[in-house]
Design a protein around this ligand. Sequence first.
Ligand SMILES: Cc1cc2nc3c(=O)[nH]c(=O)nc-3n(C[C@H](O)[C@H](O)[C@H](O)COP(=O)(O)OP(=O)(O)OC[C@H]3O[C@@H](n4cnc5c(N)ncnc54)[C@H](O)[C@@H]3O)c2cc1C
Length: 352
Amino acid sequence: MKIAVVGGGINGLSSAWQLALAGHQVTLFERDKLMQATSAASSKLLHGGLRYLEQGEFRLVREALQERRWWLKKAPQLTRRLPILYPIYRHSRRSRWQLKIGLWLYDAFAGKKGIGRHRWLNVAQTLRCSAALKSEQLLGAYLFFDGQMDDQKLGLWMAGQCEKAGVTLCEDSPVLQVKTDGSLLLAQGWQRFDRIINVAGPWSAALLQQSALPATPLDLVRGSHLLLPHISRYGHMLEVPAESRIVFVLPYQGNTLLGTTEVRQQLNEPIVCSAAERDYLLAVYNRYFQPACSAQQVLGEFAGVRPLLSGSDAAYKASREYQFAHQGNIITVSGGKWTTARALAKQLVKQL
Ligand SMILES: Cc1cc2nc3c(=O)[nH]c(=O)nc-3n(C[C@H](O)[C@H](O)[C@H](O)COP(=O)(O)OP(=O)(O)OC[C@H]3O[C@@H](n4cnc5c(N)ncnc54)[C@H](O)[C@@H]3O)c2cc1C
């Protein structure tokens, strides 16, 4: 079949690759440059998502853990295994035993594709791994493992796989409209395909709307990150005081990556880290680490918008699952995570 893929983020590229491997003739249209949007503004984790176990997303976590291993194995030059600490204080929201059960499940779901089993560290061992962590009321930490990547470069590696599989990649090619018969409008005029795969991330519903087609709205949630000076070679998963959310403090390219926030937003708003988000992230950081970090020490910041499936009152509870909607010859892909992009693409091939 002659297939058009709309969107050059990780989900579009992975879809194009899998469709080409399945023998289809694939052209991908990206309105800007490949890997410039959400897929380059992630927390850079190839992970199952330990916290999604709390929401009962067992299928997703199991799949993401299998995919985590695949990325680490296939692109070792752009990925690595990252040790992460989950420190537990007397005032922590989750008890040591709750965490133990979660991590036991996490290891069990990874099964033979695991990348190291979790273990408990006492206070002295925890502080040896992360000397900047505050020690008052610290009970210890769980050490577990996930993957870390350079998201933009890994996505461009996937673009390379697409080219090898025969995909035609078109940058600076916005798709202006789509029709259910498989036609698609570019600046040069209409082109006809057997199928259109709409993988435009946060903009997938907007593309349908501007084509006068019914669209299920997405839950658009901005996430911001700050870059701070280096503190440890271990990652940290930290509870946000008085909230169920967590933030990550991760070593990244010689610095520290601190994120993320969850702020609902509209597509016409700028995708940038607000002053309030900066203050929020620094407050969480300063709750756990000393010396404190001030706004003047922030080395950089970036933000992206998660295209989540709608239906949750709180953004942190929204599902990270993906789904497919069929309208004639158009398939719209919604939701998903970076880590599960290849699994999503394989499901898409089955849907066809
Ligand atoms: C703050 C944050 C942190 C995250 N952290 C992680 C993490 O650590 N690990 C993880 O697994 N997942 C993470 N995610 C989730 C993950 O980043 C996203 O699920 C994933 O990147 C979405 O990819 P996508 O290809 O669907 O969207 P995008 O990367 O946004 O790609 C969509 C593309 O479509 C293009 N486009 C839009 N409209 C058109 C049009 N009309 N014509 C042509 N092209 C068009 C856009 O320009 C864009 O390039 C995070 C998300 C956020 C926001």
